[in-house]
Unconditional design. Structure first.
Length: 173
């Protein structure tokens, strides 16, 4: 746990999903992506604390109130032969920015990555988010312009998955 006189960084625990959900909503509003937010409190609870957790989270609190969070998971790098920590979300309420909260969350994640033997700590940022880009670069993070993010969702995801179903139905593996 990372602490300063008014700041506590701690792992999320059952019961934290409602505040995390509210913070995710605030992030969605900031990124003008509220229309894409589908996750419910129950979805987050299953993802973080269910039988097979898919992600982990840290909570930043000031005077016991959640003011930020970091949600992360592990990937694997075939090039390093080691896990990588991937930061899905980092968000600090606007009224609590420039007080070291984001830096404390990232420092704790860096510590977790090293403790867990990760060869990389990675994340993405929207290209228009100049304040965050400046902040990340001030920490020594490097942008990798040669990598492009691709995503399948909805109908496209189902269409591709159906190819696997057809192959399976016809004896393929």
């Amino acid at each position: 746990m990372t602490e300063s006189p008014a700041l506590v960084i701690r792992p999320a625990r059952p019961g934290d999903t409602a505040p995390i959900h509210r913070l995710i909503g605030a992030l969605a509003d900031y990124e003008k992506l509220r229309h894409e937010m589908e996750a419910s409190v129950d979805d987050l609870d299953r993802a973080l604390f269910g039988e097979q957790p898919y992600a982990r989270a840290l909570i930043a609190e000031r005077q016991g109130e959640p003011v930020g969070y970091a949600l992360y998971f592990y990937t694997f790098s075939t090039f390093t032969g080691r896990p990588s920590l991937y930061l899905e979300d980092l968000f600090v309420m606007p009224s609590h920015r420039s007080q070291g909260t984001g830096r404390a969350l990232l420092a704790r994640l860096a510590d977790i990555a090293l403790q867990d033997g990760c060869g990389r700590f990675e994340w993405s940022v929207l290209d228009w988010n100049a304040p965050s880009i400046r902040f990340y670069e001030s920490l020594g993070a490097h942008r990798h312009d040669e990598w492009q993010l691709y995503r399948l969702t909805g109908d496209e995801l189902a269409r591709l998955a159906s190819e696997s179903s057809r192959e399976r139905d016809h004896g393929g593996e």
